[in-house]
Design a protein around this ligand. Sequence first.
Ligand code: SF4
Length: 399
Amino acid sequence: MTAHARLSPSACDRWSDCTASVAEIEKLRAEGRIPERDSSQFAAEGTVAHEVREMCLQFGLEPYHFVGETISADGFTFVVDDDMSRHLQTGIDWVREHTSSPSVEIKVDLSPWLPGQFGTCDTGFIAGDLCTISDLKFGAGEPVDAVGNKQLRLYALGYWHFKGRPAVKSVLMNIDQPRAGGMKFWEISLEELIEFGEKMKLVYADIAAGRVKFAPGTKACRWCPVKDQPEGCAARNKWLLDMIVDEFDDLEGDEPKLLDASTITPERRWHIVKHAAEIRAWLAKLHEDSLQAALDGNPDPGSKAVEGDLGNRYFVDTKKAEALLVEALGDEAYKPREIIGITDIEKKVKPGRRKQGHPETWEELLKLVDRPPGKPKLVPADHAKPALTPLADAFDDLD
Ligand code: SF4
């Protein structure tokens, strides 16, 4: 078995951990249960943003030159607007601060590590003993970390190889994600990058030889199409179910008994909390599938579908309702007026390269902007932010 064209850098989090997913996805594709290529409006928007960025870096243009232009991708059409232009500018300016001749949209060959595989590196350049790659992520939904990013490391390997393996000391990887976290960086030594490449060689050898295993995990399963099948992915189902079921004394009967929370170890509690979002999403999908089965006339034993509660009331003729209300209540018929949100204000008031805006108002408004402190949140112990100190500890040194 070969692993030709199956191990894309963007899916490295999946196939490098869950090696069995590669053949599983191919099987589902062959059965027509997974499309050859996913296209969505969001992906197409990202493609358009990449095209604008590429032309700017390639031909010395600015994103605002494209405002008002219509560009199509994957069957979707977009008009480049001020927002896209503004979002692309920061990353383009950053690249230009560091090089005047970047490599742009380079197809990099990953064969020395993953035979037959390749990827497209958005931007790369070598300056002194530093090799830099920059990857645009135009999505706004999920912030992507640069630290530990396997996709970037594969691009970096490919770009370093493409440039003839220069004797650089370090590799700087940048994610330019203007709508979710901005510019993010991770620098590692060339030795560390090469070490990662060696690990990828071993992963490739295992996949090619069929020495594979299912290894569910947050990152591995995040974009895996196997879990989206009607029956889900058996390995992932078991992984999630084990997390929940172990917390019950007795699952039989109408009311399963939950273990006393104090008997759950702190390690196990964190393990469950860390995966709470996946557990919730998985339960929601089970609920949806169970409801659909009942609606299809094949309810899960012990269940049935009934009509839900009525939705919210609304006026079938809003104009007529408004006239009646104003006649009866005058100004009280309306909600109090409210100013638009800060994001909308920024769009309408902040001056731009091709937008006059209201510079003085914007200056004055900025003096009035504040943010409340964030609420404490739980993150993995290796998260970049320092841990909050318990209040009692903060007073320890006062003696
Ligand atoms: S859903 Fe997760 S465990 Fe299942 S095949 Fe995909 S990556 Fe592997």
